[in-house]
Design a binder for this molecule. Sequence first.
Ligand code: FAD
Length: 329
Amino acid sequence: PSSQPVSTIGGNVAENAGGAHCLKYGVTTNHVLGLTLVTPEGEVVRLGGKSLDAPGYDLVGLMVGSEGTMGIVTEVTVRLLRRPQGFKTVMALFDSVGQASDAVSGVVAAGMLPGALEIMDKKAIIAVERGPLRVGYPEGQEAVLLIDVDGLGAGLDAQVEAILKICREAGCTEVRPAKSPEERLKWWTNRKGAFGAAGNLAPNYVVQDGVIPRSKLTEVLAVVAEVGEKYGLTIANVFHAGDGNLHPLICYDEKVPGDTGKALKAGSEILAACVRAGGTISGEHGIGIEKMSDMKVVFSPDDLAVQRAVHDALDPRDLCNPGKIFPAE
Ligand SMILES: Cc1cc2nc3c(=O)[nH]c(=O)nc-3n(C[C@H](O)[C@H](O)[C@H](O)COP(=O)(O)OP(=O)(O)OC[C@H]3O[C@@H](n4cnc5c(N)ncnc54)[C@H](O)[C@@H]3O)c2cc1C
């Protein structure tokens, strides 16, 4: 995850964390082979193994993403991947987020699978450019698409060219290839620092984590803008465009009476719009406490009762992270 400098492997497993490169490499659950768990009753159990698809029920799959509500993970066996032989990183600039989103849909529809396709809108660009991680995006730039391609060195240039052709057809105005590994790192550090940079727009922010079909990016981003106007709040957008995973950064000032409530309501309205568009309320950050009531938007009372029954089979006394995930009945 972009929180990699501070997050823990246990937290990544608990949240089934994702991130910019999940388009190609999958999320945490795709890499966890086995784990050691301290159950709510204090028993130490070993689940899974050292290879894929251990026999019996997939209890590792159940634990990954369970948000610490079924026990504490103390040890994890992960699948290691070989480092790609080469990388190419290109920044593509667009006059609108809609054009950048169309380019992303075009790339995936053409059957290509880049390592990452990340978009930042104008407000997010302003936020990062005001801070120490600035990379020099043109002033007033409406949208930037960061493209990472990796794999065997021999095919990379051809892949990048094919992607850029689609970008140009979608209206890309300028392309900048990273000139060195240092420049690539600088761009990614800038992108991964975008959440924190929201502090350059307002004293507080709350980030949402809705997911939508890629083809609905433009439509739902228009709703995000409308919600911002309705509540009088700045909303910057940074998103894993290849996965349709939106991260609207809803900026507010907790010292202004009512602002916190407005930011939370705005977040719920955005999530409801994601669900209406055929998506869901969380891509990678989980439910926790903040989104408990939003669970009712995607799950029926029967669905929730079944999930609760699974939880209660493992933690009948509600000892692990009580009061999370499930909305009040
Ligand atoms: C700036 C920023 C960027 C982020 N970017 C991403 C991103 O790109 N992708 C993404 O998926 N998420 C992202 N996140 C969300 C979050 O950082 C990740 O989900 C991360 O995996 C959480 O790990 P953590 O160690 O910080 O967990 P915590 O926040 O400490 O804990 C999260 C939950 O997991 C439980 N937990 C923690 N450790 C264990 C354990 N060992 N066993 C059982 N339960 C446990 C905790 O009780 C808590 O309920 C971001 C957050 C921030 C602030």
